[in-house]
Every structure is written in structure tokens, then in C-alpha cells.
Design a protein around this ligand. Structure first.
Ligand SMILES: [Zn+2]
Length: 247
């Protein structure tokens, strides 16, 4: 058994496999997190290490600064949740008006919800169980915000749908995330002694060639067909232009 297999096998599979996570789709949250950082650092590639560190710090500082101001504004406006959650909740609230609800069990606070017909679409039935915080459409689980079907059922049972929005959308949680600040960095002359010698060896640098970088993708028969088709088209074009030039 390889080391990596043993490492993964020791972790609860609900935490890292989409097939066994019970529909929670935890990966969506973590993937979004890493994609977000990729977005922040867009363009910071193929640079020297010192430039990469500098640009990462610069952009993170900017990111925190802008969001700290935004968080304060949301707080002053007495906003309950972040913009994303507000927009989502209100749009689903408006949609809920068009649904029809049938209550099933008071203990489970369950009900079926039928959506309104819209041309060829609509007339879908969804099952909502408020006690389990779930709707068969899956959106409640995925976003942590009661979907239009869940909001309709909440209304039918006289429950506040707003109280079921996940607390990570709270403006307070947003503010806490960006409440810390970075210390400005002094000039290099004031830095502590690194306690090790930096060795700069220009021979280990990769050789840069002019022109477009060569792709490392393994080509398959689809690429060969495409190249051949392009060559044939170019040849045909060439033939016709020669013919046109003939007096
Ligand atoms: Zn739903």
C-alpha cells in the first residue's frame, strides 16, 4: 500500500469524495476557495520568485483593504448578509410566490411544491423537509440558502426562512474575515539578517527561446486530422488563387 493511499484512506471519506459526502458537496466550497485565489493571482506566473512573493503580498493587501471597507459599508446599511446571499435570497423569495404548496407532515415540516408552468418548462414537483434542512432540488444544500421551494414551505408552516441562511453569509462573519490588517514592509536595509547565504547560480536558469512556447500536450489523432484538413484547405485556396490570376 503506497504512502499516499494510506494517507487518504485514513481520512473520513465523507470529507473528500463527492460520491460519499451525502449530497453536501463540500468540495464546491473548497474548490471555489482555491479558484478564487487563482483569480486573485491571475497573471502572476512565470515570474522570478521574489516578484511572485511581492505580487502575492501586494494583491492580498489590496484584497483585504477593499473588502474591509465594503464590510463596514454593509454594516452601516444594516445589511444582514453579504451581497451574494441577499441577491440569491430575494430572487428566490420572488420566485416562491409562483409555487403551489401541499403540506404533508407537521412533525417533519415536510411538503411538496409544484412550480408554475412557463411555456414548455415548469410544473416540477420538489419535496422539502424543513426539519432536515433539505429540498430535492439540491440548491439549499449547495448554497446554504433556502431555495424558492423551501421558502414557500417556510411560509406555509409560519417559519422564518431568513433564520435558516448559513451563518457564513453574515455580514459579521465577513467583517471578521477581513478585520486583520497587514503591516507595511520596510526597505530591505531594515530586514533581519536571513542567517543563511543566498547562492545565485545563473547556469540553472531555464533557457528562454524567442517565439511561442512549445506545448507539452500529447497530440492524438484528432490533432493530426485537424492539421491535415488545414493543410488541404490551404492547398485548395492556393490552387484557386493561382487559377484566378490566370488571364
Ligand atoms: Zn428547492
Amino acid at each position: 500500500m503506497s504512502k499516499s493511499f494510506a494517507y487518504l484512506d485514513a481520512i473520513n471519506k465523507e470529507k473528500w469524495t463527492a460520491s460519499l459526502d451525502g449530497g453536501w458537496r463540500c468540495g464546491i466550497l473548497t474548490t471555489n476557495m482555491s479558484e478564487c485565489i487563482n483569480g486573485v493571482l491571475k497573471g502572476a506566473r512565470r515570474l522570478p520568485v521574489s516578484a511572485l512573493v511581492e505580487i502575492t503580498l501586494e494583491r492580498t493587501v489590496h484584497y483585504f483593504h477593499v473588502r474591509a471597507i465594503k464590510g463596514q459599508k454593509m454594516l452601516q446599511n444594516n445589511q444582514l448578509w453579504t451581497d451574494f446571499a441577499c441577491k440569491m435570497f430575494i430572487s428566490w423569495q420572488q420566485k416562491a410566490v409562483e409555487h403551489t404548496v401541499t403540506k404533508y407532515s407537521h412533525a417533519q415540516q415536510s411538503a411538496s411544491v409544484v412550480t408554475r408552468r412557463q411555456g414548455r418548462h415548469g410544473m416540477n414537483t420538489h419535496v422539502v423537509k424543513i426539519a432536515n434542512r433539505e429540498c430535492s432540488c439540491g440548491k439549499w444544500n449547495q448554497f446554504g440558502i433556502p431555495c424558492s421551494h423551501a421558502q414557500k414551505v417556510c411560509g406555509a408552516y409560519n417559519i422564518s426562512a431568513a433564520s435558516m441562511v448559513k451563518d457564513y453569509y453574515d455580514v459579521m462573519a465577513y467583517n471578521n474575515t477581513y478585520s486583520k490588517h497587514f503591516e507595511p514592509v520596510q526597505s530591505e536595509d531594515y530586514w533581519d539578517d536571513p542567517n543563511f547565504q543566498l547562492v545565485h547560480d545563473p547556469t540553472i536558469r531555464t533557457v528562454t527561446r524567442p517565439g511561442r512556447n512549445q506545448t507539452t500536450r500529447i497530440h492524438n489523432e484528432m490533432d493530426w486530422r485537424q492539421t491535415r484538413a488545414r493543410q488541404e484547405a490551404q492547398q485548395q485556396q492556393g490552387d484557386s488563387s493561382v487559377q484566378e490570376n490566370v488571364p
